[in-house]
Design a protein around this ligand. Structure first.
Ligand SMILES: [Zn+2]
Length: 434
């Protein structure tokens, strides 16, 4: 399959089945903005839940946080965003197109002209105002990253949880960047969601923590079913690193549009806590009571994009298989990520007893995981529809089920069908799925 074809097929599947819609579509759409539909919302929750489980619940050394989107504007002075978070833009004098100077190599991609205005810095933060007076004195920003909410709560979390180093604070949330260039589908959006950890450590242990987090974060994608050959680590070159950074590695995925970053793991030194100490006047050093010393911990920052990760999982799960004369589209999402775990399907929707039994079986399991009941087509078609959204199992109730108290359970990947008694159905599915 050509790469463009694959991307087109995924975009079309996303719209047709309700994973991802163009934002504001009835008004002609909005650039770099997308909405998650019913199945996309489920998938996104599953990605975030899997992350939270892996980095917070299943560890002893990381706690969660949920800080605000709008914070004190001085935070962005301290972090450097007000000063440095810029793209340099130029206008084409001929066609009036506006471009990032680092994207065009001196030639207008619209009209081919070489006649541009001088470059101007354009800050990527979205501005808003606090309170009713709009005179420029109340400017605030929508956060361009979730990380700063963690740094400014560092001492609060230490005091509230009695943490010793090393420990981390994890946060999932929306961030906003006023991107000028169009992204590939949901890969680059103005409003996007991040999953970030700031991991605080004794400076002496920082290199070891950095290496461990790189390994762990790479493995997370593999554990959730992503093919290893489609993943790689890319260390940043010296020219890509921020002046304070001691290292950075990206986890990249091989999208149809090429290798692209889905997560970055940065070794940030003590830059952030020092900056906030300087700008706020509050001492954000860690107090090591055992050895009675105060110091700025070093920070390792694994920062993943929810939307980018989700897109990579979708691309990786997309399969077309030849089944007799038919092409079967199947999303081979892992158990944890599949939006629907089980679909309950009546073979005859006009038979009230069959329908009632299928609905009852769904009700028995819906509290454990996402189930659906569907009688909107013939069984062959229903199977295909569930395959292309990644549903793990289909349970079919037929006339015989009313007599022998058994149902047919069909596995998404093998298409094998098994008769399972009603008594053992729940245990059978719980065991397979959880
Ligand atoms: Zn032009």
């Amino acid at each position: 399959m050509a790469n463009n074809d694959l991307m087109d097929k995924i975009v079309s599947l996303c719209k047709r089945r309700g994973f991802i819609f163009q934002s504001s579509e009835i008004y002609g759409g909005l650039a770099n903005s997308w909405d998650y539909g019913p199945l996309g919302a489920e998938l996104k929750r599953n990605v975030k839940d899997a992350w939270w489980k892996a980095v917070v619940h299943n560890r002893e050394d990381v706690v969660g946080l949920d800080s605000g989107i709008i914070m004190h504007p001085k935070i962005w002075d301290a972090s450097g965003h007000t000063q440095n978070f810029n793209d340099v833009l130029v206008d084409c004098r001929k066609c009036k197109g506006r471009f990032r100077v680092d994207h065009i190599k001196g030639k207008c991609p619209n009209c081919g002209s070489h006649d541009f205005t001088e470059g101007r810095a354009f800050n990527l933060m979205f501005k808003t105002q606090l309170g009713p007076v709009d005179d420029g004195s109340n400017t605030a920003y929508l956060r361009p990253e979730t990380a700063q909410g963690i740094f400014v709560n560092f001492i609060n979390v230490v005091d509230a949880t009695h943490r010793k180093l090393p420990f981390g604070i994890a946060q999932i949330g929306k961030s906003f960047r006023n991107e000028v260039t169009a992204g590939n589908f949901t890969f680059r959006m103005r409003e996007f969601e991040q999953m970030e950890i700031e991991y605080f450590t004794d400076p002496e242990k920082a290199d070891e923590c950095f290496a461990n987090w790189i390994k762990e974060r790479f493995q997370w994608y593999v554990d959730l079913g992503m093919k290893k050959e489609n993943l790689r680590l890319r260390p940043h070159g010296a020219d890509e690193l921020a002046h304070y950074a001691k290292g950075c590695q990206d986890v990249e995925y091989l999208f149809p549009f090429g290798w692209s970053e889905i997560e970055g793991i940065a070794h940030r030194g003590d830059f952030d806590l020092k900056q906030h100490t300087q700008f706020s006047g509050q001492d954000l050093q860690f107090h090591d009571q055992v050895n009675n010393r105060r110091f700025f911990p070093y920070v390792i920052e694994p920062s993943g994009g929810v939307d980018r990760g989700l897109l990579a999982f979708l691309v990786d799960a997309y399969h077309e298989e030849q089944v007799k004369e038919d092409t079967r589209v199947v999303l081979k999402l892992s158990r944890a990520l599949a939006p629907i775990k089980v679909a309950f399907l009546p073979l005859l929707k006009k038979n009230g007893d069959i329908v009632a039994l299928a609905k009852k079986l769904k009700k028995d399991l819906q509290n454990h995981f996402m189930c659906v009941y569907d009688d909107s087509a013939a069984i062959g078609k229903l199977y295909r529809r569930q395959d292309e959204v990644g549903t793990l199992y289909c349970v079919t109730v037929d006339v015989q089920s009313l007599e022998d108290h058994q149902v047919t359970v069909r596995d998404r990947d093998t298409m094998q069908q098994e008769r399972i008694s009603l008594d053992s159905l729940k245990d059978y599915l719980l065991k397979k799925i959880l």
